[in-house]
Every structure is written in C-alpha cells, then in structure tokens.
Design a protein around this ligand. Structure first.
Ligand code: DON
Length: 313
C-alpha cells in the first residue's frame, strides 16, 4: 500500500462509517459515559516513518477506559518484570471483561492483565510502587503522546467510583486469596482515575507508537527517541493484545482484523501494525461485548484495503 493514498482511504472510511451509526449503544453502566453523544467517529494513523493522518473527530478527547490497561500493564512490566506473572495469567478468558466466575475456580489469579480483575491486580502492583499513581501514569502518557495537557476527567472517575460495586467485589475476592496487597478502596480510587484518562485518536496513535516500532518511541518536537520497552517485550505485549485485547471477542477481532488491539467502553480502539505504525479509532456505540461497533468495522475496512497485518504475525 502506498502511504500517499492513505488520506483518501481514511476519508472514504469516515464517510461510510457515518452511515453505520445506530447499530450499537453507548456504555451506560458508568452513568457519566451514558451522556456522551453517540454519533461521533474519529480515526488516526501514525506511521513509524513519522507521518500521521487523521479524519473526523480524531482530535476530540474521549474516555480511554480499558485502553489504559495497556499502559498500566506496560508500566508494571517495566517495573516488575516477569515477577508479575505470579499474580496474573496470560491466557484469553473467553468471558466478559467484568466477569467474576473464573476467579473462584482459579484461586483469585485473573486470566490476563486486560480483563477487569487482571487490570485491578496490575493497578494494585502499581499502587504499591507509586505514592501517586495518577501522576506517575499521566507523566508517562504525556511523554508518550507528546501532550503536556493530558488529564483524567474527575466527573467520569467519580461516576465510575460510585458505581464500581462489581470491580470492588472482585478486588475483595482477590484479597481473600492473598492476591491483593493494598486496601481495595485505595486501588479502586486509582483504577477509576486511570480509566477516566482522556485522549484523542491522534494522541493515542502517537502514544502507542513504541509497540509498532520495536519498543522505541519516536522522538518528537526536539526530544530524542526513547526505548520504552525491549523489542522482545514489545512483541510480547502485541501478542497479549492480539489474544486478549478485545476480551471474549478476541477471536472475532483476530479473524476480522488480525492486528493486536486494545478496546475500551468509551468506544476507542488502539491497534498496532508492527513495523508499520499504529491506528486509533473512536466511535462510542458499543456491541454487546463492550467493543466499538463502527470502530471495529473501520479497522476491518482499513486492513482489507492496506493489507496490513497480512505478514509478520
Ligand atoms: O472497569 C470498567 O468496567 C471500566 N472502567 C472499563 C471497562 C472497559 O473499558 C472494557 N472495555 N471494553
């Protein structure tokens, strides 16, 4: 695919995407997310050669939600290394992102770091390490996205915190098995702030660039490159995204799109094309499994047109 035809392709995808509004519903189990106008679509592509393209609402900040689990996992992998695998698995769960059932039969060890139970363990690990996890995470994200003004939305964090009964139940259950070291109330504060982080598609595509580029972030605005992860670890994170990034739709996403992804109930999806670049798409209407309907459609259309992901995976 010649990258000079990308802007036109993105324009076409944008035009077709808008015809598909109405097929899903915005998340409403977090009351603040139910207020988001559903008919929005943004898509951004960032290439390892430094080029970037964006269409539609690609510069509108949205709630990252579970996409933040990708960044907290990377932070934990950097700080804890392989020790974290004693507390969380790396197998697809085949169950809903907020399911509690496997925890009972698997002794409080979540299947992977991307389902809610696994992400809570990762946030517990980081809560032990950082006195102010929200600042530590924002600092890392601001560097990766090259955007000093990133923040978490206090109204969204509060709304989730007030209704986080199921996540709280999982945290206490894991604590009963010794797989939670901090006060669940404190970890839930951190987790809800983390999930309420906002970014635009354009920023998200930049922030995930290191995963397409052998673990190395591209230097921008006079900053040098930064080796965020080793190339081996970046490959491993991509494998986990491919197998677990879309929860119980991971098989369907791999079949249709074939790229490592991380989805969120804000309607965002981050996708990695190893060696080529990154794609971030946002459309708030979700399917029954909590993944963006039009976002997944747009990624499918993009890989069909570009051939991305057909080699190297
Ligand atoms: O914990 C929750 O339920 C939300 N803060 C995040 C869930 C989520 O984004 C699942 N992704 N599709």
């Amino acid at each position: 695919m010649r990258t000079n035809s990308l802007p036109l392709l993105l324009e076409n995808i944008h035009a077709e995407a808008c015809n598909q509004f109405g097929l899903g519903r915005v998340a409403d189990y977090i009351p603040a997310l139910a207020q988001v106008p559903p008919r929005q679509f943004g898509m951004a592509v960032a290439l390892v050669n430094g080029q970037s393209h964006a269409v539609g609402d690609a510069h509108v900040p949205f709630s990252l939600q579970s996409i933040t689990k990708l960044f907290t996992f990377v932070l934990a992998l950097k700080t804890e290394g392989d020790a974290l695998w004693q507390r969380v698995g790396r197998e697809p769960s085949g169950a809903a992102f907020n399911s509690i059932v496997q925890l009972e039969t698997e002794s409080g060890i979540p299947r992977n770091p991307f389902i809610n139970a696994g992400a809570l363990v990762i946030t517990d690990i980081l809560t032990t390490r950082y006195a102010h996890l929200d600042y530590a995470l924002l600092g890392a994200l601001r560097r990766l996205a090259d955007e000093p003004n990133l923040h978490w939305n206090p109204a969204v964090a509060r709304s989730e915190r007030e209704t986080a009964h199921r996540n709280m139940a999982m945290a206490y259950f894991m604590k009963s098995h010794g797989n939670f070291h901090n006060d669940p109330e404190l970890v839930l504060d951190n987790y809800c702030r983390q999930c309420a982080t906002e970014m635009s598609c354009a920023q998200l595509a930049q922030a995930t660039m290191f995963l397409a580029n052998g673990g190395r972030d591209l230097g921008r605005a006079g900053q040098p490159d930064e080796q965020v992860l080793s190339a081996d670890d970046a490959r491993r994170v991509n494998a986990l995204m491919l197998t677990c990034g879309a929860y119980d739709a991971a098989g369907d996403f791999a079949y249709r799109i074939g790229l490592p992804v991380k989805t969120g109930v804000g309607g965002g999806i981050a996708a990695i094309v190893p060696g080529v670049g990154t794609v971030a798409v946002w459309a708030p209407e979700l399917d029954a499994k909590g993944n963006s309907v039009v976002g997944a459609w747009a990624l499918e259309r993009l890989v069909q047109a570009t051939g991305w992901g057909h080699t190297g995976l």
